[in-house]
Design a protein around this ligand. Structure first.
Ligand SMILES: Cc1cc2nc3c(=O)[nH]c(=O)nc-3n(C[C@H](O)[C@H](O)[C@H](O)COP(=O)(O)OP(=O)(O)OC[C@H]3O[C@@H](n4cnc5c(N)ncnc54)[C@H](O)[C@@H]3O)c2cc1C
Length: 386
């Protein structure tokens, strides 16, 4: 076996706890002034006003250079901010993808002009991104995408259909994976990424309503969308390398074990003083799992700081995190006769509504960002098992 996992959780840098206190105070004040209700599912609530207020405090694009609107802080400090946002259940959907993965992707592969144009807007909380990867016949097998980009005298013409595109109806751009050349033997050749303006002529966005009845994701159709040459992101034909580096950012963060945190918190409050020793042990076990997951996720943030590729470690954290999110629901249902109710979008969620949301959304936690089977196959390859 060639197992090469290492999860050495780094120490938080000096000043991280002061930053945490600052973020907590800001979130308390923000909740009072903007009136949002806690929801620890990071994609549940979209508020441009909230995202702009985070940007104004230097809490977006935190790790980027100053020239692009960043604050040159570490991935560990960003981790502290991220976990506070999730623990508070703040409305993060507007900026989340841009701050987490599109911005870092642009920073790594974008042209100087793209970086100067877009990154400061993301850091101000004004510019939001979608992920244009999945297609009707192409999810786990991402290399099989059929969206095609062909050269025109002035740039590129895009034809194809993407699906499950979160918030494409609200965001500004989608970073879109398309085929630009022959697939080669590995099928990973001939793919490229493009920055597509979601308001451009020929972009059709159709809602897909999820099991909660919410419009969060979409079908996105490119019907001969003409884009300029400078909308190619990175190098032609290197889309596979770029998209896999993007996925490492997508899979590694605390949002992969936080989706049911609000439910756990609400249940502990509701059960206060009414639980026997067995129930206490079950809740204690969940908290111990949560703390362990946090250490693993922190170690991934440390790898990012050290410039390492955390792809396999991120897959492991995501798989364990999604299993924890499911376990929270099962333990809470077993502890007390809470009746799940249908949550109101953006409304206050007591334990019944939080349970209703979790039960209806839990199938998606293990799909978004890559499925359980795909995470396990990445891990198995690292272990030399396949
Ligand atoms: C809430 C939510 C938001 C999303 N947002 C976005 C978004 O913004 N942008 C975007 O591009 N996509 C998005 N997705 C799509 C997500 O990335 C895909 O659903 C996911 O990659 C799985 O692809 P699929 O749905 O086509 O399933 P499939 O790939 O068809 O898989 C179906 C089943 O077969 C299994 N399977 C497939 N291949 C293998 C294999 N080789 N070995 C073993 N088992 C296998 C899978 O694990 C799964 O259980 C979102 C999904 C959800 C649920």
């Amino acid at each position: 076996m060639t197992a090469s996992f290492s999860f050495a959780p780094p120490r938080l840098p000096e000043g991280a706890e002061a930053l945490r206190a600052e973020v907590r105070a800001f979130l308390g004040e923000s909740r009072r002034t903007l009136g949002w209700e806690p929801n620890s599912n990071f994609m549940a609530n979209f508020s441009a006003e909230f995202s702009r207020s985070l940007g104004a405090r230097g809490l977006l694009g935190m790790t980027w250079p100053k020239a692009y609107g960043g604050r040159v802080r570490s991935a560990l400090e960003r981790f502290v901010v991220t976990e506070e946002l999730l623990a508070a259940g703040a409305p993060c959907a507007a900026h989340w993808i841009a701050d987490r993965q599109s911005g870092p992707l642009l920073l790594r592969f974008g042209t100087e002009e793209q970086k100067r144009d877009i990154l400061p807007r993301i850091a101000r909380g004004e510019c939001y991104f979608s992920i244009g990867m999945s297609e009707p016949d192409s999810g786990s097998d991402l290399a099989s995408v059929r969206t095609r980009a062909t050269r025109t005298p002035n740039g590129w013409r895009i034809e194809g259909t993407k699906v499950w595109t979160s918030n494409a109806h609200l965001n500004h751009y989608a970073i879109t994976l398309a085929r630009t050349g022959p697939a080669g033997q590995s099928r990973h050749e001939g793919l490229s990424q493009f920055l597509i303006d979601l308001k451009a002529d020929g972009v059709g966005i159709r809602p897909i309503v999820n099991m909660l009845g919410d419009h969060e994701f979409n079908e996105m159709v490119f019907d001969g969308v003409e884009i300029a040459e400078d909308r190619l992101l990175g190098r032609e034909g290197e889309g596979w390398k770029q998209v896999t580096s993007e996925l490492a950012f997508e899979r590694s963060g605390p949002e992969r074990y936080f989706s049911t945190f609000h439910l756990l918190d609400a249940a502990i409050t509701a059960l206060s003083g009414q639980v026997d020793a067995t129930a206490k042990a079950q809740i204690g076990r969940l908290i111990a799992h949560f703390v362990s997951l946090r250490s693993l996720s922190l170690a991934v943030a440390g790898k990012l700081d050290a410039g390492e590729n955390p792809g396999v470690a991120a897959a492991l954290v995501k798989d364990l995190g999604n299993a924890f999110e499911r376990e929270v629901i099962e333990v809470i249902r077993g502890l007390a006769p809470f009746v799940a109710s249908r949550p109101e979008p953006g409304g206050a969620e007591d334990v019944s509504a939080a349970l209703g949301r979790a039960v209806l959304q839990v199938p998606s936690y293990g799909l978004r960002g890559g499925t359980k089977e795909i995470m396990r196959s990445i891990i198995a390859r690292e272990l030399g098992l396949r």
